[in-house]
Design a protein around this ligand. Structure first.
Ligand code: SF4
Ligand code: MSK
Length: 636
């Protein structure tokens, strides 16, 4: 055995880890070159800690760490007396807090940019969607008549800044403005109407401190409240303000998969979540100045491709192709053809630096709150966005001559896709009104709607559950909408093209063919799950029912991030039956498991359903949708 294989420790059954074309070829290349990926490191972690998997370890104070013996023979309480129920609920609450914090801090960064625009302190950004600004202003009670965009934006931003810091007990302004009355009544009864984003997150940390909240019900209800602050305010704000700054997405065509990288061009990957940086990088890279510079360095130009959700942001608005979803970030570097991977935050593996060190690729971090040892750090400041973006693109171009042509291998696979389905774009495709969709739902041409979101995870076959579940649902005339890494999986596997209508049942197929749209609609990045909430709100209000009555469901078939925990919880809390395809760390408490998967439904209208097998999950989701239709008196 060569030392290379010893270093790798485990070789992967590369054909079995993913269904996505190009992945096994690049994993073979990685192994040939002695490079580890997330899949290798996942094997090295085996067996993963059983206490961690069950959620029954606690290290919230230094009397611990404590762990509960699930067999009951060992300790049943931590040193302080915390039970498995308390520990599991506390751990879950901390996951929700982290997820809500990530989305909402992303929103805060965009709020800052809109304030700069409103105050005329930057020329790098502008209000692009004036209509949306006015719509948001009106929803928040800000006068719009005879006022400049800047004046309106300033008032809007003042209200949105208070979402993070107001001290009263009133609901968040966006919650008050957007949540349907029937849903608000459910939350008010349970005492979970969110008041302040930072406060709910802070309270999660307080409640889970040694010697504070030990009641799993009370802990979980606060988890619900925190997730709602994320979904209906933090993430919502990130989406609305990104649309206002960069434009509300409209349908467009582009391509996805590693084959979007170009052998004869400077390849730049933008990775992370926030469009404030990636939109500027794309703009700089596409400028004549940078394209010419690339030619001077011997390339045919500069090619930008996206990764994860910042990729989704630039795809939705500019049609920038996407190289892959979360587990494909290392593979992009392993092609040997990437000059720079430019990252903002979230879902960026620190391992990128190790992989990049085997090639010429530069990993460029840009955010003060997101640094990786060994990466090049160039701090991004929105006030000087254009200069900084150019500086970063220039570094990538100057790196092109360092590429070792002999080590380049770009799989040829790529797929045509149609994306850009904001709620506004869906409405426009329907002729300006929801009525055709409502009629199709009522008469059973379309049986229901499922939002599929979330990550990919080496614990399960990459993209398999996303694709299998999606196909099974559209086959049964269920329209699938979604975001994040699901959207990239769906795109790579041909489900985001209008031709995919032929995979749908007869009703959905007829509608997609008439409108020229795919049966699966890409609605954006992780924060854009808020678009799904808006769509549900619009449907529920038009039908005068609660969201929980709609023939709708949610799913995160391959989730892994804490953000996905928050998204799943706010879907559930918004009244949606929510499937999880990887098992959350709650099984160590049968009580918490039952609360989340059974009891909570009576109180809130939604619940979690955990099923790793996507075919079985599809069956259950279809049954749930049919049951909702039956209750509405709609044909099955
Ligand atoms: Fe142990 Fe309680 Fe401290 Fe947790 S909070 S580490 S269960 S003593
Ligand atoms: S990028 S949070 S892996 S969806 Fe939004 Fe994908 Fe999940 Fe990150």
């Amino acid at each position: 055995m060569s030392s290379r294989w010893e270093y790798l420790k485990y070789r992967l059954p590369t054909k079995q880890v993913s269904i996505t074309p190009g992945v096994s070829e690049l994993l073979d290349k990685a192994e040939e070159e002695g490079i580890k990926t997330a899949w290798h490191r996942y094997l090295e972690q085996q067996p993963q800690c059983g206490f961690g998997l069950l959620g029954i370890c606690c290290r919230n104070c230094n009397m611990g760490p404590c762990r509960i013996d699930p067999t009951g023979y060992g300790p049943t309480r931590g040193v302080c007396g915390a039970t498995a129920d308390t520990i599991v609920a506390r751990n879950l609450l901390r996951m929700i807090a982290a997820g809500a914090a990530a989305h909402s801090d992303h929103a805060r960064d965009i709020v800052k940019v809109v304030r700069l625009v409103a105050e005329g302190k930057t020329k790098a950004y502008k209000i692009t969607d004036q209509e949306k600004l006015k719509w948001l202003a009106s929803a928040l009670g800000v006068p719009v008549e005879d006022r400049s965009e800047e004046e309106i934006a300033k008032d809007v931003i003042e209200i949105l800044e208070r979402e993070f810091g107001k001290q009263d007990e009133e609901p968040l302004a966006l919650v008050k403005a957007l949540v349907p009355a029937k849903r608000m009544r459910v939350w008010a009864k349970l005492g979970v109407v969110p008041r302040n984003i930072d406060r709910e997150i802070c309270e999660c940390m307080h409640r889970t401190h040694i010697g504070v909240d030990a009641d799993p019900v009370s802990l979980l209800l606060h988890g619900v409240r925190t997730s709602l602050a994320d979904g209906w305010s933090g993430s919502m704000m990130a989406t609305l303000l990104s649309d206002i700054l960069f434009g509300t997405p409209k349908p467009l065509k582009t391509t996805m998969n590693l084959g979007v990288l170009k052998e004869d061009m400077v390849n730049i990957i933008v990775h992370g979540h926030n469009p404030v940086l990636s939109m500027k990088i794309v703009e700089a890279a596409m400028s004549d100045e940078m394209q010419k510079l690339a030619e001077e360095y011997g390339a045919k130009g500069v090619n930008v491709a996206g990764m994860c959700c910042t990729g989704n942001e630039v795809l939705m608005r500019l049609g920038v192709p996407i190289a892959g979803n979360m587990l494909m970030q290392e593979l992009a570097i392993i092609t040997g053809a990437v000059e720079a991977i430019i990252v903002d935050y979230q879902c960026v593996m620190p391992a990128l630096v190790d992989v990049a060190s085997c090639y010429h690729t530069k990993v460029i971090t840009t955010e003060p709150k997101m640094k990786i040892p060994g990466a090049t750090h160039i701090e991004f400041e929105p006030e000087h966005a254009d200069e900084i973006a150019k500086k970063i693109v220039r570094i990538a171009i100057e790196n092109y001559p360092n590429r070792s042509k002999a080590r380049v291998y770009i799989p040829k696979h790529k797929m045509e896709i149609m994306a850009g389905f904001s709620v506004e774009a869906i409405l426009e495709a329907l002729g300006g009104s929801l009525d055709p969709l409502i009629n199709a739902l009522r008469d059973g041409t379309i049986k229901g709607i499922v939002g599929i979101v979330g990550c990919v995870n080496p614990k399960v076959k990459h993209n398999y559950s996303h694709v299998t579940l999606t196909k099974k649902l559209i086959e049964k005339d269920i329209l699938v909408v979604g975001t994040g890494c699901w959207a990239i999986a769906a795109g790579i596997h041909g489900l985001l093209s209008p031709e995919a209508a032929k995979l749908a049942g007869p009703g959905l197929r007829k509608i997609c063919e008439a409108l020229g749209i795919p049966p699966c609609l890409h609605m954006g990045s992780c924060v854009d799950c808020s678009r799904i909430l808006i769509a549900l709100k619009a449907l529920a209000e038009s039908l005068d029912v609660d969201i929980s009555d709609l023939p709708a469901a949610g799913s995160a078939p391959e989730w892994m991030s804490e953000k996905a925990t928050s998204i799943g919880t706010y879907f559930l809390a918004s009244g949606v039956f929510t499937h999880l395809g990887t098992i959350p760390p709650v099984l160590g408490s049968p009580k918490v498991t039952k609360l989340l998967t059974e009891d909570i439904e009576d109180a809130i209208g939604g619940k979690f359903y955990v099923e790793p097998d996507p075919e079985k999950a599809a069956e259950t989701i279809i049954n749930v949708i049919m049951e909702k239709r039956r209750k509405l008196g709609w044909p099955l």
